[in-house]
Design a protein around this ligand. Structure first.
Ligand SMILES: [Fe+2]
Length: 325
């Protein structure tokens, strides 16, 4: 099998799921006026639809079809959990020319762009699908001038993305694309998402937190954090930036993202280092009711404490590094 990023896929893929997905969005949008003042309402309708169980089922089935085409087999692939909505108002600029690889997606990733409404000439985006512009992906040189130079070159009819009815556009992470200006008076609605090989070490995305393809059920399934719905102790060192502010925000947001149940909190006596945490490591007050401890970052600990954590059987999740210590 050739590597996915090197494969020349057909730009447009037909799917029976697309008209069903489009219908769902249009039905949820109802009579909402597609004007700038309603941007937050339109975005909310998008995100509410993404949470709708019927949509999620359609989305996973659709993505499975796409990954079968892109990789020959969806095995070992993962799927972005929440798609990215796009609302492009007439006369507005969209995204600058870029490749998704520049923004951290791995070389195995494909982006799937699904039109919803008014994806027509002038409102759509441009994509140099076969790198006809000869962009050198291996070049380490980068400057904003490069983008300024590429924008007029890509803004040509032949690069317009205009999928036929009931079709989407799929492109790999090294494809240059962007939507410099919506020259029409219409509001274009679309959404896009990424599929990727789950072990792509060129990706800087949190692929473990994507839907994972499960070969047994032949579907994408949620991957839960080992501490999901488990009782955890929140530990705040009070030493990062001499304040607890960043630590609190980061730990709370991480707990929400992964579904940790924070059942207790310990603040450190920071004037004396980490005596509270060391006492916890020694067994003090850490009853069996906690499945783990959540801390801001491994950088709040000395090497000696890190070693002790590693040799203990206490699970300590470091939010900033997004992994167990
Ligand atoms: Fe992009």
């Amino acid at each position: 099998m050739s590597s996915p990023s090197a494969r020349k896929l057909k730009p447009y893929i037909y799917s029976n799921f697309i008209p069903l997905i489009q219908k769902k969005f249009l039905c949820n949008l109802g009579k909402t006026k597609l004007v700038k003042q309603n941007l937050h309402i339109i975005k909310k309708i998008f995100f509410d639809t993404f949470l709708d169980e019927a949509f999620i089922n359609l989305y996973k089935s659709f993505a499975k079809d796409i990954s079968t085409i892109a990789y020959d087999d969806p095995k070992d692939t993962c799927l972005q959990v929440t798609p990215t909505p796009r609302v492009s108002f007439g006369g507005s600029h969209g995204t600058s020319i870029h490749t998704d690889y520049w923004y951290g997606h791995g070389k195995s990733a494909f982006t799937v762009w699904v039109p919803i409404l008014n994806c027509i000439s002038g409102s759509t985006f441009y994509s140099d699908h076969y790198n006809e512009l000869g962009f050198d992906h291996k070049s380490k040189e980068f400057s904003i001038d490069l983008l300024n130079n590429l924008t007029p070159r890509i803004s040509q009819d032949k690069y317009k993305v205009l999928p036929p009815e009931s079709s989407c556009y799929i492109f790999n992470s090294l494809t240059l694309h962007g939507s410099p200006l919506n020259t029409t008076s219409k509001t274009r609605l679309s959404f896009d998402f990424r599929i990727s090989k789950k072990d792509d070490d060129t990706s800087s995305k949190d692929l473990k937190n994507y839907f994972q393809y499960d070969y047994e059920s032949q579907n994408y399934v949620s991957s839960y954090h080992p501490l999901f719905k488990k009782s955890v102790l929140k530990y705040v060192s009070n030493a990062y930036d001499k304040s607890s502010f960043v630590e609190n925000i980061c730990i709370n947001a991480t707990a929400e993202k992964y579904g940790f149940l924070i059942s207790d909190q310990e603040g450190e006596i920071m004037r004396y280092g980490n005596p509270v945490f060391e006492a916890i490591l020694n067994g003090y007050s850490l009853s069996k009711k906690y499945s783990g401890i959540v801390v801001f970052s491994s950088t709040i600990f000395s090497n000696q404490i890190i070693k002790r954590i590693k040799s203990s059987n206490i699970k300590v999740w470091a939010c900033l590094e997004n992994k167990f210590i």
